[in-house]
Design a protein around this ligand. Structure first.
Ligand code: ASP
Length: 366
């Protein structure tokens, strides 16, 4: 499939990345509170099904197009979203996901991923998996080939190897150098020193703090049969404490879907999301009648209300971090929101093409 996407990480990326006019219906549906969608049932084809659609965090512009291409050829939504995010997992330039992801505090790349399948209400996930380039594929295998939901650490890697995945070095030179920079500058109380002249003073004191790097990809889709699935995959918070898992591999936090309602997923500070299970919250708000965007904003507000620790608050008592949410419903409406925003977007695609859609926000970014 050809497309004219600019560098997805560039703020100057074009909003419309493929045949934008056909997506006008998506944008126009923002702010319209849908009726309660569907009854509780495992069957697809709720009355409001409006056709296939895929959404993702902004770094998934290629992913939603890939997912839509597969869906149009008859793929199940789960296969489509996993194939979509595989493109980002194998991309060494995206330092927040898979190969090339920034490592933990010890310089080891540890990946988290989860999938959920709306038709069967089943899920699979891997946490802290090392050496496997496609954790989302392993999460899908956990769903398909075990009677469990979560596998972590060495057990997750052993399971991947059992299914034929090679163990690879995922630490790229670019990510290693970022880690060394962090290691040499973040502490004034250890024995690591940044490059300096013999007479330098203030070694290890930062003139400007290094910005903590976040990033992840979430992708949700509805296929031709009206079935919904989703996936989230990440290298997690850069330089995290070894063994830490974030929200991405936790069902209900990093992602959630219900075939009769819709799907939701997140990126950003996982700890805040874990303490609020926001993806589950968003799907339940949509079930009760919220639009996807209103439900995402509701989750942002919930996190703001629940953030009490002073070190996580700014001078005005607002969260001093960001979280993004993305959601779609079975009617084909999409929406997203973040705590701090103004310029944020996410990707969406239908059979007619792809588009970047604005994220709503609680507070205008400083
Ligand atoms: N949510 C991810 C985590 O906490 C990181 C991110 O999205 O930036 O691991």
């Amino acid at each position: 499939m050809t497309n004219d996407i600019d560098n997805p990480s560039s703020p100057s990326s074009r909003r419309d990345f493929l045949k934008t006019s056909a997506m006008a219906g998506i944008a126009a549906s923002f702010g319209v509170a849908p009726r309660v969608v569907g009854a509780s049932s495992l069957q697809a084809e709720p009355a409001a099904f409006a056709g296939p659609i895929a959404i993702s965090s902004r770094n998934g512009q290629q992913s939603v197009l890939k997912a839509m291409e597969l869906i149009q050829s008859g793929a199940d939504a789960l296969d489509a979203v996993v194939a979509g995010v595989n493109l980002v997992e194998e991309d060494p330039e995206d330092t927040s996901v898979g190969y090339g992801g920034l490592p933990n505090a010890l310089g080891v790349v540890q990946l988290d991923s989860a999938v959920m399948h709306g038709l069967t209400c089943r899920a699979g996930s891997v946490g802290c998996i090392e050496g496997i380039m496609y954790p989302s594929k392993v999460a899908k295998l956990v769903l398909e080939r075990t009677d469990h939901v979560n596998l972590v650490g060495q057990g997750a890697q052993d399971f991947a190897v059992m299914h034929g995945f090679p163990v690879q070095n995922l630490l790229t030179e670019k990510a290693r150098l970022e880690w060394v920079k962090w290691r040499e500058n973040m502490s004034t109380q250890d024995d690591y020193l940044p490059k300096h002249q013999p007479g330098s003073t203030g070694i290890g004191d930062l003139a400007a703090p290094i910005k903590r790097h976040w990033g992840t990809i979430h992708c949700s889709a509805i296929d031709l049969a009206g079935n919904i699935s989703c996936v989230t995959t990440t290298s997690g918070m850069a330089f995290k404490v070894p063994g830490r898992i974030g929200d991405s591999p936790v069902i209900g936090a990093g992602l959630y879907c219900d075939n009769t309602v819709g799907a939701a997923g997140s990126t950003g500070r996982g700890e805040a999301n874990l303490e609020n299970l926001a993806s589950f919250l968003i799907v339940e708000r949509m079930r009760a009648g919220d639009s996807p965007q209103a439900a995402c904003l509701y989750a942002c507000q919930r996190i703001a209300d629940h953030t009490k620790l002073a070190r996580l608050l700014d001078a005005n008592g607002r969260p001093d971090f960001n979280v993004q949410f993305y959601a779609l419903n079975i009617k084909g409406e999409v929406g997203g929101a973040e705590i701090w925003g103004g310029n944020g977007t996410f990707a969406a695609a239908t059979p007619a093409g792809g588009r970047l859609v604005d994220l709503a926000y609680l507070y205008k970014a400083k």
